[in-house]
Design a protein around this ligand. Structure first.
Ligand code: SF4
Length: 419
């Protein structure tokens, strides 16, 4: 299998994304209640209503960046006075909607009735959604998720659960629809099943050579952002995991000549996926994992799946994973989720991608790099990227550093051989 060759799961992903965005527009045009939510907002809740459509502006911005129209949208936001220092997801979204989403690969998102942001990842997101609240004069619900330095505390979980209850009541009041617990339970079960298959897919990186690249996981995480709680989500990840495991058994690998196994720390560089995966493969390097994607289905500070069975309360389960992404946790938890990945996957080196947009993800990386070097004795490199604004990405600077990382790995191997 050539790197970038489309697999069955790749084709299925394209069909699923097209269908999901088409359905969003069709249902909205037919009168559905439309919610725009931050990606960590538990979208399963909306499946508990008859006719509520969930849209994720962050994911839409990532699609724009991956399809090469991110910088053009950023420019539109900047021409309105928004600073180039703001997160490129926000600039893409604001720029895109400033002219009716003329260049959006998904025809934009339907006009919302309710905005739901949260404080899990960053405070910028609340401000960004508030721009839409002012422009569209619609309600804005803010889910306040406490930052954690250790395992999520029960009092914090109770606080989150109270807000979930308020959110359900708010949607009932604004949409005139009634929340159906049974449908919500089914939706949570679909997500839990998808998470199990996601972990099965991610585990294919344990093989040498790896059964996946991180670029596969970046691309394949999209349904988790826009189709959570659906049977299609669960079906897709089963196809993905089955096919990837079968490829590993059959000896089919994305980087067969894998000499260097790397870890990526930060959000995906959406505008570089194909270029970077191809160029790295040519050097025998495979970035096999990233905490950004391995954290899905886990809790803060962990790589392992949080199990969910039919007797569990889905609201409890969804509240428990509210700190799962890397931003709402402190340094020790970050390292405790990264450590098992380094050991289990036999990582040779770590690429810390300092992200000009996402300060909250990047601010700890210097210390994180130092501690990874000390604890695991592996080479690391820091590169400058912006996840969605290609104007802040210098290809040659980045590859000079990546090549230096590979040389450091070689030097370490040579010194191990010479004793
Ligand atoms: S700054 Fe980071 S966490 Fe905040 S919206 Fe942008 S990418 Fe997400």
């Amino acid at each position: 299998m050539e790197i970038n060759e489309k697999t069955r799961a790749g084709k299925h992903l394209t069909e699923l994304l097209v269908k999901t965005y088409t359905d969003i527009h069709t249902r909205a045009a037919a009168g559905a209640f439309v919610v725009w939510g931050a990606i960590i907002v538990p979208a399963e809740i909306f499946a508990g209503f008859d006719n509520v459509v969930f849209c994720a502006p962050e994911s839409h911005a990532a699609v724009c960046a991956a399809k090469g129209v991110g910088a053009a949208q950023c420019l539109k936001a900047e021409s309105l006075g928004y600073s180039m220092d703001l997160c490129s997801y926000a600039r893409i979204d604001i720029g895109c909607f400033s002219d009716g989403c003329k260049e959006s690969p998904t025809m934009g998102l339907p006009r919302p009735h309710l905005l739901i942001s949260n404080t899990n990842n960053c405070s910028l997101l609340v401000k960004w959604f508030d721009v839409h609240r002012r422009d569209m004069d619609i309600p804005h619900f803010i889910l306040d998720v406490p930052f954690c330095y250790g395992p999520q505390q029960e009092k914090d979980r109770d606080y989150i659960l109270t807000q979930f209850g308020d959110l359900i009541q708010t949607v009932e009041r604004l949409s005139g629809q009634t929340f159906d617990r049974d449908r919500f339970y089914e939706a949570a079960a679909h997500t839990a099943s998808a998470s199990m298959d996601w972990k099965r897919f991610m585990a294919c990186a344990e093989h040498r050579p790896s059964g996946i690249t991180v670029f596969d996981s970046f691309v394949q995480m999209a349904p988790f952002l826009i189709a959570r709680g659906t049977p299609e989500l669960a079906a897709h990840y089963k196809i993905l995991a089955d096919e990837t495991e079968a490829n590993v058994k059959a000896g089919i690998f994305p980087v067969p000549d894998e000499k260097y196994r790397l870890l990526w720390d930060n959000i995906a560089p959406w505008h570089q996926l194909r270029k970077m995966s191809t160029r790295l493969a040519g050097m025998g390097a495979n970035i096999v994992a990233a905490p950004y994607t391995s954290c899905i289905g886990a809790v803060e500070g962990s790589y392992d799946l949080l199990s969910f069975d039919e007797n569990d309360d889905p609201l409890w389960y969804l509240a428990r994973v509210q700190n799962h992404s890397v931003c709402p946790m402190g340094m020790d938890l970050r390292l405790s989720s990264m450590g098992p990945v380094i050991e289990k996957l036999g990582i040779d080196g770590v690429v810390f991608a300092s992200n000009r947009s996402c300060k909250v993800f990047s601010v700890m990386q210097m210390d994180e790099q130092r501690r990874v070097r000390e604890q695991y004795d592996i080479p690391c490199v820091m590169i400058d990227v912006d996840h969605a604004d290609v104007r802040k990405f210098s290809q040659e600077n980045v590859y000079v550093r990546l090549e230096a990382l590979l040389e450091s790995i070689e030097a370490k191997r040579a010194s191990a051989v010479s004793g």
